[in-house]
Write a protein that binds this ligand. Structure first.
Ligand code: TYM
Length: 409
């Protein structure tokens, strides 16, 4: 085994320095003790990534000639790995591709899942690059009480939610692991190459596996790592080695810390990453929005009535207990979930700032703030549902067929 990898175990290790008050952030849990949610600056230090600072934002704008997406300029995407390298290479004509994914554990995706896909769509349009989307139906049947056939079916349902975000069919390949891995020898070979580089001890350290973990889980990290090697998609990239950029929430970083150690040993560039913060649960920022609890979550297929009821009933308020107190003392936007959601979905910076000032001063009441959110979110969701309803099986098949994409290397 390589000394390099052994030396890296500690920096990869997820759980080595957790004390009781420490935030827990891994692919399966996000829990913070603080009302304002996870301490993201601390996470950058702990994971060893880099902050997305003004210098990087300025570079993005210089290289693309476009104002950056509001999810970037507002710090929702807050951390990165090797984004400067991607931009430098892009400037000198060296291409990259985008890679992201979804683990189909529910038939509808929720608002939090839309965050990485929304940025992916913007990046695809601005840089004009291909995108591969992995649906880990294998992962979900291994981790959850879900039959393999069910997970496979949900992958196809989720693919419709994803396509409805608006991806360019000529530049996007979506695949279910359960279908594609058996069809593509190059993918399977890369998977085995990766599995040969990582020991049980290492994945134990990174993912917390133990002696009673089923072996499917132990091997799975290599499956999520494999799309980082461009030759896993011979129809798109032939045998060319191209760097990938992965937009995802920071919970997925452990997979890619592992991949970044392995890929240079296999002759590939390390995958670059853009990490987002978590879209919080309705009940407050201590946990992320998650598909496993319907009351904490707004799903992409919720009706306008459900959205209104969920926000009015469950969205945690940063306001005061009485109107008089609220007018006098004002509300706290840092913990108010309606305001936090607006940061993700209201594009207009000035309007958002006005809302922040009014709520903080007490001029805007909690009920009024919730109404603003409902009025902004409902048409966005209706539009997403309208686009989804138009996706026929034929369209789905187009995106999910391994094929050459419109991309010249
Ligand atoms: P999954 O299905 O848990 O999540 C899909 C994507 O959504 C992000 N995410 C969130 N983002 C913001 N707020 C939230 N509350 C929230 N919940 C989830 C996740 O970080 C992810 O980007 N194992 C993966 C599937 C996968 C993948 C990938 C993800 C395979 N390859 C490459 C990202 C990149 C999973 O179960 O994701």
């Amino acid at each position: 085994m390589s000394g390099e990898i052994i030396n890296n175990i500690n920096h990869l290790n997820l759980n080595n320095d957790n004390d009781e008050n420490e935030d827990v952030v891994d692919p399966w849990n996000v829990v913070s003790k603080s009302e304002t949610g996870v301490d993201y600056n601390k996470l950058i230090q702990k994971f060893g990534s880099s902050k997305i600072d003004q210098e990087l934002i300025d570079r993005f704008e210089k290289v693309t000639g476009k104002k950056v997406h509001h999810l970037l300029r507002r710090g929702v995407f807050f951390s990165h790995r090797d984004m400067h390298t991607i931009l430098t290479n892009y400037e000198s004509g060296k291409p990259f591709y985008l890679y992201t994914g979804r683990g189909p554990s529910s038939s509808s995706m929720h608002l939090g899942h839309l965050i990485p896909f929304t940025l992916c769509k913007w990046l695809q349009d601005v840089f004009d690059v291909p995108l591969v989307i992995q649906l880990t139906d294998d992962e979900k049947t291994l981790w959850k009480d879900i039959k393999l056939e069910e997970a496979h079916k949900m992958a196809y349902e989720n693919a419709k939610d994803i396509i409805a975000v608006g991806f360019n069919v000529e530049k996007t390949f979506i695949f279910s692991d359960l279908d594609y891995i058996g069809q593509c020898p190059e993918f399977y070979r890369n998977m085995i190459r990766i599995q040969k580089c990582v020991t049980f001890n290492q994945v134990k350290g990174i993912f917390g596996f133990d002696d009673s973990t089923v072996i499917g889980k132990i091997g799975f990290p290599a499956v999520q790592a494999t799309p980082c090697l461009s030759t896993s998609f011979p129809d798109i990239f032939g045998n060319k080695k191209i760097q990938c950029l992965i937009p995802c929430a920071i919970d997925q970083d452990p997979y890619f810390r592992m991949t970044r150690d392995v890929s240079p040993r296999l002759g590939f560039k390390k995958p670059a990453l853009l990490h987002s913060k978590f879209f919080p649960a309705l009940q407050g920022a201590q946990t992320k929005m998650s598909a496993s609890d319907a009351n904490t979550t707004i799903f992409c297929n919720d009706t306008p009535k459900q959205v209104k009821n969920k926000i009015n009933k469950h969205a945690f308020s940063g306001g005061q207990a009485t109107v008089e107190d609220h007018r006098k003392l004002g509300g706290n936007c840092d913990i108010d979930i309606s305001y936090q959601y607006l940061k993700f979905f209201l594009e207009d910076d000035e309007k958002l700032e006005q809302i922040r000032r009014d709520y903080t001063s007490g001029a805007l009441l909690t009920g009024e703030l919730k109404k603003i959110l409902i009025d902004i979110l409902t048409p966005l969701l209706i539009e997403q549902q309208r686009r989804r309803a138009k996706i026929t099986d034929e369209v789905l098949k187009q995106y999910m067929t391994p094929r050459k994409l419109n991309f010249n290397i």
